[in-house]
Design a protein around this ligand. Structure first.
Ligand code: GAR
Length: 210
């Protein structure tokens, strides 16, 4: 995205991918209800049917699609189908918001550089699917949330921004993750607004804002 979307004279088109309860998605839905936010969610996709995230999209009158891994003979076929599903909505930005699958090479070839993900730890610490559990087990005193550009690695892309969250002595995985998600929702809404309204580029693993 070399040019700011503001110069397009229209709201940026977002496709959001989810796998679970979709509270991050909800924060984006709420933010997009203000035209000044600069973006609209044109579709919500999932790798599994019947999840709360999809229900949130339906309630907000946003089109949805489901592309289950189980519905395909190979992971490459799933990647091909997911790429086509998302591409059909011509997104300016793809947002993985609690989407618990790694996208494949075809998806990245099409969307790398304009796909972001959010993770519930301070990367590069504790990547993967159990970030808050791993951070708590390690005994860190501060953890947080990270929004980054997706690349072919596991939570290894260029970091766009982070929020720190202290760990309480009596935290469980659930209480810690819930507190992280409060920070994560604010972070995701803020960084998405910046990405679609400001001019930016990446150099040497750093995002440079004009
Ligand atoms: C969020 O904490 C997100 O970072 C995490 O799933 C949660 C989704 O919450 N994603 C990952 O851990 C990806 N590795 P939500 O369903 O309430 O939006």
């Amino acid at each position: 995205m070399p040019e700011p979307f503001a110069t397009l004279g229209r709201a940026a088109r977002l496709v959001v991918l989810v796998s679970g309860t979709g509270t991050l998605l909800q924060s984006l839905i709420d933010a997009c209800s203000d035209p000044a936010y600069g973006a609209e969610i044109v579709a919500v996709g999932s790798d599994r049917p019947g999840i709360q995230g999809l229900e949130r999209a339906v309630r907000a009158d946003i089109p949805t699609f489901v592309e289950s891994l189980q519905g395909h003979a190979t992971r490459a076929e799933w990647d091909h189908a997911l790429t086509a599903d998302v591409a059909a909505y011509e997104p300016d930005l793809v947002i993985s918001a609690g989407f618990m699958k790694l996208v494949g090479p075809e998806f990245l070839a099409r969307f790398e550089g304009r796909m972001i993900n959010t993770h519930p730890t301070l990367l590069p610490s504790f990547p993967g699917t159990h970030g808050p559990r791993d951070a708590l087990a390690y005994g860190v005193k501060i953890t947080g949330a990270t929004v980054f550009l997706v690349d072919s690695g596991i939570d290894s892309g260029v970091i766009l921004d982070q929020r720190a969250v202290p760990v309480a002595e009596d935290d469980t995985v659930e209480t810690l993750h819930e507190r992280i998600k409060v920070a994560e929702r604010e972070l995701l809404v803020t960084i998405t607004h910046q990405l679609v309204t400001r001019s930016w580029r990446v150099a040497d693993r750093k995002v440079l804002w004009r």
